[in-house]
Design a protein around this ligand. Structure first.
Ligand code: PLP
Length: 426
């Protein structure tokens, strides 16, 4: 029996895989496998609806949010966020200018162009390599405008010897003021809730991003690719939450986004955006179009949606009324089990990150004696404890503790960690 701790794609609960294998060949005795049916069939729509319902129920998603199934993975959303949110920002400015200038199109255009030049900001909190990549994508997409619109409100490396591993106090973040004199504010504040490569997780929703009376609404965008469904989330604090499915939701292939509906409303006409100097969102990344088409603008991999639905259903059955809070307790207990062994053997292991931001999902540590790190990994493999090698960019060990990793497998890892430490000490 393999115990798999890979960072993604992650394992899938075996019963779901077994049902999936059957559904892949012959779905509910229809004579067709799920990868063979039309995404426009009633079966597909039912699967889509059921999967959405599962997510709504687990996370208590309010009515004023839509759930989108997208292509392009988390990386695709790095771009989608910029295209869609800049368009939303421009539309707000255009409407305001319209109130002032009526149908003087030239004056409206000039006003919005000016405002864009002086006030457009995209705030990024960079706490690891995925938020860094997202900010770099934003910068390069807006580069043709000849200006850097990305405001790095936080680069956590600056206060941690050049590497990720901590989240400095909020009062040191340099967010664009929410209620700038212009009333423009930033187009959004972006952060990654759990940094998969570096093992840094926000302990909770940042307090300074809480909506405050009298302020412009801060639109918070969050990448939850690697800790989705592992703890409670107050969805209404976010404008958009997105994540690739391949860690805690299902298999590689689909990307989920939970988007506040008012952001799916009016968009500026593409010609206006082009005159202002920004691209209109490519159709496949355009949340408004995807939403209007119930995520079926183009061919959606229904098999993957079904797997996600089954994973959600299994969580609902397992945790009942406690919903995702039940999974949060399990995730915390599993993570604590591993960290406890690491912390009680400080002569052999070193968790690499500050205690208050240690990820529950991606537990990153070093075997202190560099000569034995390879041995640690090789012996783990022999015991069928797999996928423990750290990301190639940071090295070390990374034990991923996604929802599909059972407490039994975590116990096996903890036993091995203890036994290895005892041997090294002898
Ligand atoms: N964001 C996070 C937190 C991730 O862990 C990953 C991938 O592991 C990505 C984004 C990129 O996702 P994808 O490979 O689906 O583009």
């Amino acid at each position: 029996e393999v115990a798999y701790f890979g960072a993604g794609p992650a394992g899938i609960p075996t019963p779901v895989l077994e049902r999936g294998a059957a559904a892949f060949v012959n779905f509910e005795d229809s004579g067709l496998g799920l990868a063979e049916i039309s995404h426009r069939s009633s079966t597909a729509t039912k699967i889509l609806d059921e999967t959405k319902k599962g997510l709504i129920s687990l996370l208590d998603i309010p009515d004023n949010y839509d759930i989108l199934f997208l292509h392009g993975g988390g990386s695709g959303e790095f771009s989608a966020v910029v295209f869609n949110m800049v368009a939303v920002w421009v539309e707000k400015r255009r409407r305001k200018a319209q109130e002032q200038f009526g149908d003087d199109d030239e004056a409206i255009l000039l006003r919005v162009r000016e405002e864009l030049k002086y006030y457009l900001r995209l705030d990024y909190l960079i706490t690891g390599s995925w938020s860094l990549k997202a900010s770099q994508e934003a910068a390069q997409l807006l580069d043709p405008l000849g200006q850097n619109f990305v405001n790095v409100a936080l680069d956590a490396r600056e206060t941690n010897e050049g590497r990720f591993g901590s989240i400095p106090p909020e009062d040191t973040w340099k967010l664009t003021p929410a209620n700038a004199n212009s009333g423009c504010g930033s187009a959004f504040v972006y952060y990654c809730d759990n940094e998969t490569v570096d093992g840094v997780e926000f302990p909770s929703f940042p307090q300074c991003l809480e909506a405050q009376a009298g302020e412009n609404d801060r639109l918070v965008i969050c990448d939850m690719s690697s800790n989705f469904l592992s703890r409670r989330v107050d969805v209404k604090k976010y404008a958009v939450i997105f994540g690739g499915a391949q860690k805690n939701i299902g298999i590689t292939d689909i990307t989920l986004a939970i988007v506040r509906k008012d952001l799916l409303g009016d968009m500026p006409p593409p010609s206006f955006l082009h005159k202002v100097g920004v691209w209109s969102p490519p159709t496949i990344l355009n949340w408004q179009i995807v939403s209007k088409n119930n995520s079926l603008y183009n061919t959606l991999p229904i098999f993957s949606v079904w797997i996600a639905g089954e994973v959600l259903r299994a969580l609902i059955v397992l945790h009942g009324d406690s919903k995702v809070a039940g999974q949060e307790a399990v995730s915390n207990a599993k993570a604590e089990t591993v960290y406890r062994v690491l912390d009680t053997n400080p002569d052999v292991y070193q968790p690499v990150n500050h205690r208050d931001v240690r990820s529950r999902m991606n537990i990153c540590f070093r075997v202190k004696d560099p000569k034995t790190e390879k041995q640690f990994l090789a012996e783990a493999e022999e015991r069928l404890l797999q996928g423990l090698k750290g990301h190639r960019s940071v090295g070390g060990i990374r034990a991923s503790n996604y929802n599909s990793v059972s407490m039994d497998n975590i116990s096996k890892l903890a036993e091995y960690l203890t036994e290895f430490a005892q041997r090294k000490r002898r």
